[in-house]
Design a protein around this ligand. Structure first.
Ligand SMILES: [Mg+2]
Length: 266
């Protein structure tokens, strides 16, 4: 990971699309600061395609797609994308699974939920679970006292024993049934909505993140950035971001936005 300040100007100038995680990448200690939100808005106004790619639930993503200065959102770790067409006043939604599959998967996730809550003391169902359509989020750090890594690994193992995928964010373990992740749905969105072939996407997209559930994105996009808090998870990552910001969380995202806006002359 090289310092973000060492990104060559021509690399920064090649970026047209900003894909970014939300929790602890844009937000700081659980809050969306005015400066981080302002950075999203400045990028959007300058003509960058801005797309949050998050583990957060469908209920939140409806709000984000509709009201934030963004072009679309990928949610629940790639279970869907939402895009609000402001001219036609329609919310476009594409899910990885059919509604029948979602219902079948929910029953299996309910069984995992019961097992994890009974067998890993100190965990809780994530408080945003009611607004999720495709995944199960177990809280190990948001509204419960932080659990040690060994307990986080036990939660992941429970998902994997049941044949589910599991990813660790900075606050939750998210698990789901289906062969998708943040990357597969981001690729689908870029192709479907923005007509962007994969070769083009790899040259014009930057991804910003902070934790292990961002790893498929760090691996896929040659230009990727971790905010400074990624350092705490670096030992869990096989694919690390190419660059790391000196600022933590939202402050690191603002540094990235300013670098891109400067390079663009905006
Ligand atoms: Mg995060």
């Amino acid at each position: 990971m090289k310092p973000l300040s060492e990104m060559p100007l021509e690399t920064a100038r090649s970026i047209r699309v900003v894909l970014t995680d939300i929790d602890d990448t844009i937000t700081t200690e659980g809050m969306l600061t005015a400066s981080a939100y302002g950075a999203l808005e400045r990028l959007h106004r300058a003509g960058f395609i801005v797309i949050p790619v998050t583990g957060r639930p469908a209920g939140w993503c409806d709000h984000i797609a509709r009201m934030w200065p963004v072009d679309a959102v990928v949610g629940e770790n790639g279970a869907f994308y939402f895009r609000y067409d402001r001219e036609r006043r329609t919310m476009e939604q594409r899910f990885w699974a059919s509604s029948e599959e979602l219902a079948r998967n929910r029953a299996k996730l309910d069984a995992i939920e019961a097992e994890v809550l009974a067998s890993v003391p100190g965990t809780a169902l994530a408080s945003d679970q009611a607004y999720r359509l495709a995944d199960l989020a177990i809280d190990f750090c948001e509204d419960v006292p932080p659990l040690p890594e060994s307990e986080v690994d036990r939660i992941v193992a429970a998902f994997e024993r049941a044949g589910a995928q599991a990813k660790v964010s900075s606050i939750h373990v998210n698990g789901w049934f289906g062969d998708y992740n943040k990357l597969t749905m981001a690729r689908t969105l870029l192709a479907d909505v923005f007509g962007m072939a994969w070769d083009e996407a790899r040259k014009t997209v930057i991804y910003a993140g902070d934790s292990p559930n961002d790893e498929p994105m760090f691996a896929a996009f040659p230009v990727s950035v971790g905010v400074a808090n990624i350092q705490a998870f670096a030992h869990r990552l096989i694919s690390k971001p190419a660059y790391v910001a000196s600022g933590h969380s939202g402050e690191g995202f603002v540094q990235l936005a300013e670098l891109l806006l400067r390079a663009k002359g905006a």
